[in-house]
Write a protein that binds this ligand. Structure first.
Ligand SMILES: Nc1ncnc2c1ncn2[C@@H]1O[C@H](COP(=O)(O)OP(=O)(O)OP(=O)(O)O)[C@@H](O)[C@H]1O
Ligand SMILES: Nc1ncnc2c1ncn2[C@@H]1O[C@H](COP(=O)(O)OP(=O)(O)OP(=O)(O)O)[C@@H](O)[C@H]1O
Ligand SMILES: [Mg+2]
Ligand SMILES: [Mg+2]
Lengths: 228, 228
């Protein structure tokens, strides 16, 4: 479903040069729950941003459904993202002027749904992440973990083929984290939604079908729970 | 050193009313490492903001060093904060236009130090959090965990009596988290720095001298590691 071939990402700031990813190869198969683990600064978010077509590699290719993505015009890559991908950002990236309900509803405005279907889906997603009572709060009127759960609900509500989740449980207590992982596991089983997580959290790794360890922009090791 | 007496905090948004804290009593003694734990939305950040004099309670009092704080003019409470307190925010709150070095140096500009003393302290803090190589990066050129460590270094560098840390390890891998807790433990032993953490992370709780459990704005239970 998604493939990174010899992907590198360099950042240049003035005189300094950071090689965040170095010739990385990774294939994600449909229906997997892949966990990308590694120290702070090892390149996890950079890799997820490339897989989510939110940034372009300095060299190498990203293939989505076998199709090359690098020369896509902006409009077409935005359309592919909106149809196939759901993205949960490490810093949530919610719209500050919209409340929780409106933030979750926003991506559905680009999908062919009636107003009633849209609103039913948003209330369903709010129930999944246990935030019905704070649906009218804006992001600055929510706790850290509540903002994170709004970002999760927003990625689930469009029923994407693939969800990329960058540290989705960082701000959650054990019960909320367990609840979120159960919702994702259920989507993976019922709708075959593919998940790629970047995480430090053992509670997420517990649900992974494959673990990929990255250090300093290079994949160190891949394997199932038992082998890593 | 810090005392909350019958503290309540209400938020009113339009017609809805949220009681984030309900008549809470808490005393923090000098030299303690206190962990405030509780589910997402239970009131941890609200409590830390009141203890850090960043917000005022709807009712009740906060005493700092035995002195009432509610009628302090803005300038005096800012001075008390700058002298006594270090604060690590859940969303880091770094200045986007300053690089990591300048963000950490910023609070020292209000302290009576020579330029050399200031810069030595900042490089020392960058070493403590293992970020010397990215000192010139701005926040948007740093990873999530790197931004969190800049926020930690900024709170340590003024050598405050008390550090309030809201989820300080949420975005950190085990090694970075362990390293941060060792730095804090060292400050607690060598300089008797008092710490109040809000956390979901067992790696932080492991270092606590006292655990306070909060649910729905009410303290459920207090005790040492063994009793909770
Ligand atoms: N400015 C605000 N306006 C309205 N409601 C608010 C505001 N800030 C917080 N709240 C509400 O107050 C409650 C407590 O929030 P708080 O941020 O203290 O929780 P928390 O324990 O820190 O949660 P988390 O672990 O998710 O960070 C939440 O239900 C939240 O929605
Ligand atoms: N826009 C940027 N400009 C310059 N350097 C950057 C930029 N974004 C990231 N970096 C650097 O690239 C490296 C990888 O960053 P990345 O955010 O991918 O790490 P990460 O594995 O997600 O870390 P964390 O677990 O802390 O979130 C870091 O050293 C970071 O400083
Ligand atoms: Mg990251
Ligand atoms: Mg909080």
């Amino acid at each position: 479903i998604l493939e990174a071939m010899e992907v590198s990402k360099d950042y240049t700031m003035g005189k300094t040069h950071v090689q965040a990813l170095k010739g990385l190869n990774l294939t994600i198969h449909s229906g997997e729950m892949v966990c990308i683990m590694g120290p702070s600064g090892s390149g996890k978010s950079t890799l997820l941003n490339l897989l989510g077509l939110l940034d372009t590699p300095s060299s190498g290719q990203i293939l989505l459904q076998g199709k090359a993505t690098q020369n896509l015009p902006y409009k077409e890559s935005a359309q592919m993202r909106s149809r196939f991908l759901g993205f949960i950002f490490q810093s949530f990236n919610l719209f500050p002027v919209l409340n929780a309900f409106e933030n979750i509803e926003y991506p559905l405005l680009f999908h062919p749904l009636t107003r009633k279907e849209r609103r039913d889906r948003v209330w369903g997603a709010l129930s999944d992440v246990q935030l019905r009572e704070v649906a009218l709060h804006r992001p600055d009127e929510l706790s850290g973990g509540q903002r994170q759960r709004v970002a999760i609900a927003r990625a689930l509500v469009t029923h994407p083929l693939l969800i990329l989740a960058d540290e989705p449980t960082a701000n959650l207590d054990s019960e909320s984290a367990e609840n979120i992982m159960t919702v994702m596991q259920r989507l993976n089983q019922s709708r075959k939604t593919t998940f790629v997580f970047s995480t430090h959290d053992p509670r997420v790794v517990h649900h992974a079908s494959r673990i990929v360890k990255i250090t300093d922009g290079v994949i160190q090791h891949e394997g199932t729970q038992a082998t890593v």
